[in-house]
Design a protein around this ligand. Structure first.
Ligand code: ADP
Length: 259
């Protein structure tokens, strides 16, 4: 893989202030993310994963430390970033194609050519028959594919995925994470996936960052190398002989105790 660093986090600290208290959410976070890699972030709830994504996107400013994306200091919200969240955030009153071109419309880039691109993308994602349907007519998995199309049509440099599959039932989740993983690989996208699902992270990611409980620090970064005969799709990678080893290692390091 090309080892060009695309995101660089240097000594990030984040303190939230409320009237009642100060919360140290992130402490001394240093991380380099490489072009084209899929990096997972796992950690206990409240350890600062969403905060970290917002900092990378330039949506919040850390208390101290610096972020560089493609070598440039991030000081305001970035434009070349795509998002996928747990909730697909489709607009119920817009049909599928209108939802997908929303970003293009806002950026003044909607024309016949980009509209055709959007239709083609939806066809590639198996949604060619649903261009003029409304979100409520689609299943949860299909809606997430629409959300991905809406993001991908803007050709973002980096994708931030914040628990994008966790509202889906288990079967759909497996299928859609497999599809999204394949799409990201084919497009050589740099993506950061926050998830609480260890198996999902192992099957999709090149590296996994394990965060400690609050204040969130990076406890470990694990390179994932799974061997697989034939086509290495995320679902097939779950059968790799090394899978269980990574799962146990990450599980131990997460040190989660049920209260
Ligand atoms: P995670 O995504 O890992 O669950 P978050 O980044 O959402 O964690 O939150 C990290 C910590 O910062 C939590 O303790 C949370 O309560 C606190 N926090 C997050 N956002 C705010 C905010 N806007 N104001 C005050 N505290 C916040």
């Amino acid at each position: 893989m090309d080892k060009r660093c695309i995101v660089e986090l240097n000594n990030i600290n984040m303190v939230y202030h409320t009237l009642e208290e100060e919360t140290l959410a992130l402490k001394d976070v240093n991380l380099e993310i490489y072009d084209g890699e899929l990096i997972g972030i796992v950690g206990p709830s409240g350890c600062g994963k969403s905060t970290l994504l917002s900092i990378i996107a330039g949506l919040i400013k850390p208390t101290s430390g610096s972020i560089r994306v493609k070598g440039n200091l991030v000081e305001k919200p970035l434009k070349n970033i795509g998002y996928m969240f747990q909730k697909d955030q489709l607009f119920d009153w817009r049909n599928i194609i209108s939802n997908v071109v929303l970003g293009l419309e806002i950026q003044g880039r909607l024309n016949n050519e980009t509209l055709e691109e959007a239709k083609e993308l939806l066809e590639n994602y198996g949604l060619g028959d649903f261009l003029y349907s409304y979100p409520y007519q689609l299943s949860g998995g299909m809606r997430q594919r629409v959300a991905l199309a809406r993001t991908m049509i803007l050709k973002p440099d980096i994708l931030l995925l914040d628990e994008p599959f966790s509202a889906l039932d288990y079967q759909t989740r497996l299928a859609i994470s497999d599809e999204v993983g394949i799409i990201l690989r084919e497009n050589k996208k740099t993506a950061i996936l926050v998830t609480h699902d260890i198996a999902e992270a192992i099957s999709l990611c090149d590296r996994i960052v394990i965060m400690s409980k609050r204040p969130g620090t990076i406890k470990d970064i694990i390179d994932i190398n799974l061997t697989c005969e034939g086509e290495s799709t995320p679902i097939k990678l779950r059968e790799a002989p090394e899978f269980r080893h990574y799962f146990n290692k990450i599980w131990k390091e997460l040190d989660i105790h049920v209260q």
